[in-house]
Each structure stands twice: as structure tokens, then as C-alpha cells.
Write a new protein. Structure first.
Length: 58
């Protein structure tokens, strides 16, 4: 099983815990990767409020 990849602002890392509710909203609990990439993704989420998550090459 591959970990989903999370992208934001040209930065990528892995989403090690992912929850999708019935309404299709995605919540991620843990982002794994190099510290700089993870901090960059969190900063982009707080600034822009959006990310892209690739699940099973979809």
C-alpha cells in the first residue's frame, strides 16, 4: 500500500493518515516527509487553504 501524496504550492510530501467523511471532505491527520516540505505544506494550507492529494494514482 502506497501513502497518498499531498501537494501544495509546488511542494509535495506524504499523507500518512487520511480521513474522508461522507460529504467528501478530506481531513488529514499526519503529513510525513522532510521537515522543510511538511512545514511548507502546512504554511500553504494556512495561507491559501487548499491542497491536492493524489490517492492511488487518481
Amino acid at each position: 500500500m502506497n501513502l497518498p501524496v499531498i501537494y501544495s504550492g509546488g511542494i509535495s510530501a506524504y499523507c500518512s493518515d487520511l480521513i474522508i467523511n461522507e460529504e467528501g471532505k478530506i481531513y488529514f491527520l499526519s503529513v510525513a516527509g522532510y521537515q522543510t516540505a511538511v512545514k511548507g505544506i502546512i504554511a500553504n494550507v494556512l495561507e491559501n487553504g487548499s491542497v491536492t492529494i493524489m490517492i492511488d494514482d487518481e
